[in-house]
Ligand binder design. Sequence first.
Ligand SMILES: *Cc1c(COP(=O)(O)O)cnc(C)c1O
Length: 400
Amino acid sequence: MAKQTNDGIARRIQEMAERVKAVQEQELYFYLQAAEAWDGAHVTVNGRRMLQFASYGYLGLLGHPKINAAAKKAINDFSSGTHGVRILAGTTLLHEELEAKIASFKGTEASIVLSSGYVTNLATVSTLISKGDVVISDKLNHASIVDGCLLSRAKFARFRHNDMADLERVLERYASAASKLVVVDAVFSMDGDIVNLPDIVALCRQHGAWLMVDEAHSLGVLGETGRGIEEHFGIEGAIDIKMGTLSKTIPSVGGYIAGDAELVSCLKHAARAFVFSAALPPAQVAAAKASFEVIEEEPWHVQRLQRNVEFFLDGLKTRGFNTMNSQTPIVPIITGDDARAMQMVKMCQEAGIFVLYVLHPAVPLGTSRLRVNVTAAHTQKEIAQALDIIERIGQVVGVI
Ligand SMILES: *Cc1c(COP(=O)(O)O)cnc(C)c1O
């Protein structure tokens, strides 16, 4: 049967194809570039070796010999796959060891790992809350949290970004909800600013709300020993549901929830993404566990990252760039419009700095940007070199 002329699926596919083609024709398309190789802080794309400034590997642990060795040993011992879902035949000793390690690192009774950070947020939010409840989310929370809220069928309320007065208003408005869950990112993934955890904890306690915090960008990044947002503020044990990913600072894949044993047990038996989706492969599990050990045994990675963040942010501000309220390795360089963001990325890559842009509607209109990530893999010399290149290009393009 012929498809209808107003077929919505065909129209959506066609519209996207046209948008992509338009950017590609201007030679300003930089998504999906395949890395041919990487070494240390460098990446090679299309034969060009560039300094990597777009990585989420905040502590520079990709390729760490202990982590690579753990992954290889796990393949030798347990093969490349599993026998299915965790709750049936998929659990290995390695999964148990990783969950114990995460719990001890985060100072909780237990933890559960799922197949990605995205899936962890989706599964946790949608399992814990339901009709009659309210889930309250910061407006700049990650898409995976938003999707979990939408899937839950609870009332989905949002408050203005990091605005405590607005959070309080929302909590008061839903005072009669059966239960309340407040969810926030610890570090916001577009702006690099840090959530006001102490005030949120106080508000949640005052209003009898549960608190869940996504530590995708704070694990290994914040706190003297890299334990994250609670260590940063010196309020250990303040968060009910601690979420994180194993794909950023931790050079593996997966997501976790750390918390009380009964919370974790509830997720292990009721979260559909855990019960109906295969276990993480042994190599990734072993790599993740070894990564937590490396963070504990080699404290200099965290120290070096924190020094690099300060050096890079200071350097950009001194040169007149607008980096919003970033205090972390996620550094927005605001260009204002899309055209200048695209032009800066093109010129930076030609000059040997691998950075990428974030455009509207991923960020509010007028705040198009380069999103630059500094890591512990960079030497101060490499950062200084990048600063000089970004300054020169910023002047040419008219951002500073
Ligand atoms: C990256 C990210 C996730 C998703 O993690 P993955 O492991 O990549 O699926 C969740 N939350 C935040 C804030 C993130 O930045």
